[in-house]
Design a protein around this ligand. Structure first.
Ligand SMILES: Cc1ncc(COP(=O)(O)O)c(C=O)c1O
Length: 375
């Protein structure tokens, strides 16, 4: 097969006729804000996750922020989390006036390292935010043990992990609260910004529902200092259709990951993504390999029409704003820094074809063969 013209994107959001019809129907027949589709989407999302309540928000960032507020995390409270995530995870602690306390990640899972967690001796800790990075479940047993021992809340950042399972439970449903993002690149989207908070705690759900709606107790009565952080009806209508497809899309992502794993095993110095087990079912929001030659390989693949990404080139503690606020420096969280220097996200989406994966892997093989020949 001739692949010269192949162009493969990193991700490809899906928007089809059924979603368009659902969106139009919602626009024509429902209230634009907090319409019927929002309530139905929340019910269906709660059922999917196996929890009692789901409250939608305008983004994953707001899902995290409002969850911490609803749990009572406040000024100067400490929130333990990973420095290797999208910046919104740690920012949520700052948004409530708290302080993020970073714990480095494990090189096995790229998520919060249980051994490093054990070393935390901090009386002011109010919550821990594990992140299921790239759709790979964090070690929730260790995190729940930590939370029990310190008497703190667990807020799962499941923004990259819709449908991932940990010992038979959907991530997001294991801690006190779970937070999701529906940003367009995610495993399911609302074709715009959006988020969701899931919980079994009725009071927390009620508080988040008020906080996202201007603190309303009723239309003209406000008993909390809230925000305008609602999910639009039209987006919820699209989300409902996407949710019905999520399991099939995740199945295809796993199948794609298996093929990548097979074709990339033993190639150059490539390290494959964290291994799955019968109890841990990731959803490959991203398919991330590691190599010392990351930047060269990325340029080579892009020259060959293959779009790649780096999630993330700068760990949160080394972001300018965090260096400025907390004086962090290189060397503070070595594993996160190794990841930042070596990770490479390859194309991953449900409609990715077998021959496209084969082409990507062939080009990676070629890169390392040339490298060896050049010495
Ligand atoms: C791990 C993680 N946390 C939080 C967020 C924030 O979500 P949003 O972009 O919807 O605000 C994202 C999404 O980008 C994310 O990947």
């Amino acid at each position: 097969m001739v692949f010269l013209e192949m162009k493969i994107p990193l991700a490809k959001p899906i928007f089809d006729e059924e979603m368009r019809d659902a969106a139009l129907n919602a626009l024509e027949n429902e209230r634009f804000v907090l319409g019927e589709s929002v309530l139905k989407f929340e019910e269906e999302f709660a059922r999917y996750c196996g929890v009692k309540y789901a409250v939608s928000t305008s983004s994953g960032t707001h899902a995290l922020h409002l969850s911490l507020l609803a749990l009572g995390v406040k000024l100067r409270d400490r929130v333990v989390t990973t420095p290797y995530s999208f910046i919104a995870t740690a920012n949520s602690a700052l948004h409530v006036g708290g302080v993020p306390v970073f714990v480095d990640v494990s090189m096995e899972s790229y998520n919060l390292d249980p051994k490093a967690l054990k070393e935390i001796r901090d009386d002011g800790v109010k919550a821990v935010i594990p992140v299921h990075l790239y759709g790979f479940p964090a070690d929730m047993r260790a995190i729940l043990d930590f939370a029990d021992e310190h008497g703190v809340f667990v807020v799962e950042d499941a923004c990259q992990a819709h449908g991932a399972e940990y010992f038979g439970r959907k991530v997001g449903s294991i801690g006190d609260v779970g937070c999701f993002s529906f940003y367009p690149s995610k495993n399911m989207t609302v074709c715009g910004d959006g988020g969701m908070v899931v919980t079994n705690d009725e009071e927390v759900a009620e508080r988040v529902a008020k906080l996202r709606d201007c603190g309303r107790a009723s239309h003209y009565e406000h008993d909390l200092v809230g925000f305008t952080s609602r999910l639009n009806t039209v987006n919820a209508a699209i989300g409902r259709v996407q949710l019905r497809r999520l399991d099939e899309w995740n199945r295809r992502r796993r199948r794609n990951a298996e093929l990548y794993n097979r074709l990339l095993a033993g190639v150059g110095d490539v390290i494959l993504p964290p291994a799955t087990t019968a109890e841990i079912k990731p959803v490959y929001h991203l398919y991330v390999i590691r190599t010392r030659f990351r930047d060269q390989l990325k340029s080579w693949l892009e020259k060959n029409g293959i779009q790649c990404g780096v999630h993330y080139p700068i760990p949160i503690h080394l972001q300018p704003v965090y260096r400025r606020m907390f004086g962090y420096k290189r060397g503070d969280f070595p594993n996160s820094e190794i990841l930042a220097d070596t990770v490479l996200s390859l194309p991953m989406f449900p409609e990715l074809k077998r021959d496209e994966i084969e082409y990507v892997c062939e080009k990676i093989q070629e890169f390392f063969t040339h490298k060896r020949l050049r010495g």
